[in-house]
Design a protein around this ligand. Structure first.
Ligand SMILES: [Fe+2]
Length: 300
């Protein structure tokens, strides 16, 4: 039998555990436990002799107190220290939650990202939040959004349905960047009942000449079932791994495919997708079981 004192102790203990869990999920895991997530693979169509290290940062979601310009600058320094050949940014630079103590201006996070350095350069794509936080672009139903302008201002090219050809060790390959798949918010006045993407996968891949390998950057992984085998590797973010993930299962995933593309390396029909758990968060400032991560991908 449980005594009154025992009962009170139990309640007190549970409340303490809840508070500790809350502190962990709001403060410790999101801010202090960033790690480098490493993958090594030889995807289809990858030429023997081409060794390429790609470092990717996804879903930065700049806001105070969690993702300040100072923290972004230190993440950039960490990315540089991995000695990548190429750095890619997978979208969602702007705040994804209203539960903040202060905003970070686009010029501030872009300036922090300007510290990224790699021999083959830094390339970027945009995410849904880069569109959703730009009311002018929403009204115009067209870019360039502020995130794009800010990235370009610090010398980081932004690929929206565009490609870049790069070379290393005598081998050429292409980086293709997809425009965002959820760019335009639903707008009854404009007769738009749901989100509208600006992505053009076929048009983007049509810009690739020859048969050299392709790495596709697509903020949302939901495009993956449509990505042809021709593409060696697709890199995505957006899901944050669900932000809460227990035993390989995420209860809430912003994807039409649920857990199928929620996190990590997915291989389907000899096609490769890597979904980063990202760095920041959206909706609720919580992370549990999905530490903020910098992706390091070694191809070859
Ligand atoms: Fe996103």
């Amino acid at each position: 039998m449980i005594t009154r004192r025992g009962f009170l102790r139990l309640i007190g203990g549970s409340a303490f555990s809840l508070v500790s869990l809350g502190a962990y999920a709001v403060g410790i895991e999101p801010m202090l436990l960033t790690h480098v997530k490493r993958y090594t693979l030889t995807p289809p169509h990858w030429p023997a002799g081409l060794k390429l290290r790609v470092v990717a940062l996804a879903d930065i979601h700049a806001c105070r107190p969690w993702m300040t310009p100072e923290r972004i600058a230190s993440l950039a320094a960490e990315a540089n220290a991995l000695q990548p050949d190429l750095i890619v940014l997978l979208g969602d630079y702007t705040a994804g939650t209203k539960l903040v103590t202060g905003w970070v201006r686009v010029a501030e996070w872009a300036e922090a990202l300007s510290g990224l350095k790699a021999p083959l350069g830094v390339l970027s794509i945009l995410g849904n939040h880069d569109w959703w936080t730009d009311s002018f672009a929403q009204r115009a139903e067209a870019g360039p959004v502020q995130s794009r302008k800010a990235l370009e201002h610090v010398g980081i090219p932004v690929l929206e349905n565009d490609v870049v050809r790069l070379e290393k060790d005598g081998h050429a390959f292409w980086i293709a960047g997809l425009a965002d798949q959820l760019a335009l918010l639903p707008n009854k006045a404009k007769g738009r009942g749901s989100f509208q993407g600006l992505d053009d996968l076929d048009g983007t891949l049509a810009k690739v000449q020859g048969s050299e390998p392709i790495i596709l950057l697509a903020h949302e992984p939901d495009i993956f079932p449509k990505v042809p085998w021709r593409v060696s590797l697709t890199l995505s973010g957006h899901t944050h791994g669900g932000q809460v993930r227990v035993l390989g299962y995420s209860p809430v995933v912003p994807s039409a495919y649920g857990n199928r593309f929620a996190y990590g390396h997915v291989v389907e029909n000899d096609r490769n997708l890597i979904v980063s758990g990202g760095l920041g968060f959206s909706i609720l400032p919580v992370r549990f079981g999905v530490r903020p991560e910098i992706l390091q991908i070694d191809l070859g």
